[in-house]
Write a protein that binds this ligand. Structure first.
Ligand SMILES: Cc1cc2nc3c(=O)[nH]c(=O)nc-3n(C[C@H](O)[C@H](O)[C@H](O)COP(=O)(O)OP(=O)(O)OC[C@H]3O[C@@H](n4cnc5c(N)ncnc54)[C@H](O)[C@@H]3O)c2cc1C
Length: 400
């Protein structure tokens, strides 16, 4: 039957709503495992409206966010390399990564002791990780104006994953394994029953044994009220600034930099240019003070915003980067209140799995998370432990 037929009823083992980083990974792994897969997205992924965009994503094996993440990023690195061999598309550039933090962390800060936590994870898992003094950083990377009284660490196995390429490759391979991928089709409701879940879209309806809800910043629209209340969406801006010497700011010449400052909103990440990338250095900040939604968000970036970002976060921290912004884009974070992932059964039915709210640090784990969710759907359990990401009570002080 043709896509768009309003009477269409298709049975599938798994129907994935949303084909961003998370949904594409499930589609790829589930279809490779022999499950019948339908994937539906209201846009044409990769696209610029959600969270999977802007060329590159940081990946680190030594994940200071907590040891529960390590198996997922480690397995993701293996899968990125397997996908590269299979397709010839470059996905992972292990340029190394530097993390800089305050020496005395601010209590209550998002990742308050990140260099120390990162070193702890690295030590327990035998990952190369060097704790550096500010002098060491200045000697090796004179373009970073790091003051004294900072902690720093370097992981040589860290790097950047090509976001849109990884998405594209997984969707292509999923389709080749028989996944039916429908784009420009919006899911409007998900109704579980004892033996299936009925998914209604603006073009028809489908019956599937299981549904994966991977709708990123749109998560609250189809999630249960309990899960919807657990997440917040925030507007983030990504800037590409022209540099004096392009060769000095590529993935072959410098590591990425994550610079965690006293206030969460003073965090910045610097991404070197990957092969074929925008000819500039990509730098982003973070803010959690103003929440938004994917419909109402202001997707324009003003010159005043660019100037303020450059003057506050770029000029004082780096040399060789000009104030000429050649590209700027708005991207959306979908954060839980404790900044950890939410991957779990939906309270309405065990047949629905939610897996989108991955709190601004999800991409690096995405393909292994997709594999683990697909394994759970195929056989009832997964090689890697997803239970740390299940629904939880919030620590006191949170008002979820
Ligand atoms: C600026 C920025 C920087 C980041 N940096 C890093 C980093 O360095 N390292 C890292 O590991 N992570 C990083 N992340 C996080 C990472 O990018 C996200 O965790 C990941 O991309 C989320 O993917 P997703 O599939 O959940 O969401 P999305 O990619 O947004 O996909 C959701 C999809 O669902 C579709 N959809 C929604 N509702 C419907 C509906 N009703 N019907 C049909 N389709 C629907 C949308 O069209 C969309 O394609 C960053 C995120 C941002 C925004």
């Amino acid at each position: 039957m043709a896509a768009g037929d309003s009477t269409e009823q298709i049975d599938a083992d798994v129907l994935i709503v949303g084909l961003g980083a998370m949904g594409a990974a499930v589609a790829f792994h589930a279809s490779r495992m022999g499950l019948t897969v339908i994937g539906i997205d209201m846009h044409e992924p990769p696209h610029s409206f959600g969270s999977t965009k802007a060329e590159t994503r940081i990946t680190r094996l030594a994940v200071g966010e907590g040891p529960q993440y390590l198996p997922f990023v480690r397995r993701s690195h293996e899968i990125w390399r397997e996908l590269e061999s299979e397709t010839g598309v470059e996905l992972l550039h292990q340029c190394g990564g530097i993390i800089i933090t305050e020496q005395i962390p601010t209590p209550g800060q998002r990742w308050e002791d990140f260099v120390v936590e990162t070193a702890r994870v690295a030590a327990t898992a035998d990952i190369d990780y060097d704790v550096l003094s500010p002098g060491d950083v200045r000697a090796a990377h004179p373009w970073i104006i790091v003051p004294d009284e900072r902690n720093a660490g370097f992981e040589p196995t860290a790097g950047l994953v090509m976001a849109e390429n990884a998405l594209r490759v997984q969707l292509d391979l999923a389709a080749r394994s028989g996944a039916r991928l429908r784009t420009n089709e919006m899911v409007t409701s998900i109704t579980p029953s004892d033996d299936a879940v009925v998914v209604t879209t603006d073009k028809g309806s489908y019956r599937a044994s299981n549904v994966v809800l991977a709708t990123g910043p749109w998560f609250a629209e189809l999630a249960s009220p309990a899960h919807a209340a657990m997440v917040e969406v925030t507007r983030q801006v990504v800037y590409w600034f022209e540099v004096d010497e392009l060769d000095a700011f590529t993935t072959s010449s410098i590591p990425f930099v994550m610079w965690i400052a006293e206030r969460d909103e003073d965090y910045i990440g610097l991404f070197p240019m990957p092969p074929g990338g925008t000819p500039a250095v990509k730098i982003l900040g973070e803010q959690f003070l103003q929440t938004t939604d994917p419909h109402g968000v202001d997707r324009s970036v003003t010159q005043a915003e660019i100037d303020t970002f450059y003057n506050t976060h770029v000029a004082p921290k780096f040399t060789g980067i000009t104030r000429k912004c050649v590209r700027a884009e708005v991207c959306l974070y979908t954060n839980t209140r404790d900044d950890h992932f939410l991957i779990d059964s939906d309270p309405r039915s065990d047949r629905i799995t939610v897996m989108s709210p991955c709190s601004g640090h999800g991409f690096k784990h995405s393909t292994a998370l997709g594999e683990a969710v697909a394994q759970t759907l195929a056989s009832g359990s997964s090689d890697l432990d997803l239970t740390p990401f299940a629904s939880r009570s919030w620590p006191s002080g949170y008002d979820a």
